[in-house]
Design a protein around this ligand. Structure first.
Ligand code: ZN
Length: 418
């Protein structure tokens, strides 16, 4: 079926889309205008019910899977073909905003609603998806639903994770699935013709460059480490410097050496020590042990590898009289989204006269796992001051609508492509 560019986008209703953001944000609303809707919480169950109801009102068929991913399907003229998937997540950080994740799911729902209103018929089914536990704040690590769906992690491993209160994913998920007992359960790992995730940028670039759409080129790579420095506990008043094995002194030397080694003039390396734990952490005791975290990110595979590989040696060289153990916890290489999907997004923005630019993603997203499962891409829109994972997170009604228009055109185009 031939549909002129812009036909679908013309049916995106900016007012409805904005209203839905505000309505969804009531589930887990915080006093400061943010959202606390952590994965598999009662608030998220309510939000999912709202989504299912909005889908049902326009004839979408809801389903879920054993990992708690939620799908709303628009049938295609060839219903047995692999679907185009569009969506993101609706769980939030404990002090999250109204737009992280929610925008991608609501823009996907709006896209499908626009396709229906236009009278155009997709060839492939289109699934609006909300992936389970992207944020990883209650159950770590994040992106659990997409990891289980794509096989990047075993479902059993995901189910065994517990939150700080000792509640397992198994038990929390059981409550979600019980609340949706009327929905059919679909298998994990089914083929996906394409996946497109719309998301707020969570950074300042689009706003600074005055562009409405970011055509995401890929996701930078990430390595994480845990460094354990072991010294010896002693009395702060009686033990001479020459006899001390002070774990904090050694750890600080490591931090300084690492900071110097990771410094780059172009400011592309992202190097963060976000956790630093001193034991026994008592004012009059020489520290016996320090454990600190390292989060290293870079868009270039070789640079990420080389910088990360230097970390154990740098720590050892700065250890002084203490012992140090460096353990790598994660190594996700950088990825580049396929040109075919990026071209579709770019063409949609061009046809609609919306200013766009290519942009890498600094943060991880469910699209990281989908990338290895089927052709995947992402669409960014600006967020105010680049602020995210914050209750004041904000995006404009116009930018949200523009993102939905580009997503709607892209999704329909992919659904009729050979
Ligand atoms: Zn997100």
């Amino acid at each position: 079926m031939m549909v002129r560019p812009g036909t679908i986008a013309a049916h995106v209703d900016a007012e409805r889309l904005w209203r839905r953001h505000m309505e969804l944000a009531r589930h887990g609303a915080t006093a400061n205008g943010g959202v606390d809707r952590q994965a598999l919480s009662a608030e998220e169950i309510d939000a999912r019910r709202t989504l299912v109801a909005w889908g049902a009102a326009i004839g979408l068929v809801a389903s879920n899977d054993d990992a708690g991913n939620l799908f709303l399907r628009l049938a295609g003229s060839e219903p047995d073909l692999a679907p185009v998937m569009i969506g993101s997540h609706i769980d939030s950080q404990p002090t999250g905003g109204k737009f992280d994740g929610a925008f991608g799911v609501l823009a996907a729902l709006e896209s499908v609603e626009a396709i229906i209103a236009s009278g155009a018929r997709p060839r492939r089914p289109i699934d609006v998806v909300a992936w389970m536990n992207e944020e990883g704040s209650r159950f770590a690590p994040g992106m659990m639903g997409s990891a289980a769906f794509t096989g990047a992690r075993k479902l059993a491993d995901v189910l065994a994770v517990r939150d700080a209160a000792g509640v397992s994913v198994t038990d929390a998920l059981a409550a979600v699935l019980a609340a949706e007992s009327q929905l059919p359960r679909r298998p994990l790992g089914t083929p996906v013709a394409a996946f497109v995730e719309a998301h707020i940028e969570q950074g300042p670039i689009l706003e600074a460059e005055k562009r409405t759409i970011g055509v995401v080129t890929g996701i930078q790579g990430k390595r994480t480490f845990r460094v354990t420095v072991t010294g010896e506990e002693n009395h702060a008043g009686t033990s001479p410097r020459s006899a001390r094995r002070d774990a904090l002194v050694s750890a600080v030397a490591m931090v300084q050496a690492l900071q110097d080694a990771m410094w780059d003039a172009a400011d592309v390396v992202r190097f963060t020590i976000g956790r630093f734990e001193v034991t026994p952490n008592a004012p009059s005791v020489v520290p016996a042990r320090v454990v600190f975290s390292i989060d290293l990110r870079h868009p270039d595979t070789a640079t990420l590898r080389d910088l990360g590989d230097r970390i154990p040696g740098l720590c050892e060289a700065a250890a002084g009289r203490c012992a140090v153990a460096v353990r790598e916890l994660l190594h996700d290489p950088p990825l580049t989204f396929p040109a075919a999907i990026r071209d579709c997004i770019r063409a949609a923005a061009e046809n609609l006269g919306i200013a766009w630019m290519d942009i890498p993603s600094g943060a991880g997203h469910d699209a990281r796992y989908l990338h290895y499962h089927g052709p995947t891409g992402m669409i960014f829109i600006p967020c105010k001051d680049g602020l995210s994972h914050h209750e004041a997170e904000s995006a404009t009604r116009d930018d949200i609508a523009a993102g939905a228009r580009v997503l709607a055109e892209t999704a329909f185009g992919l659904s009729v492509a050979e």
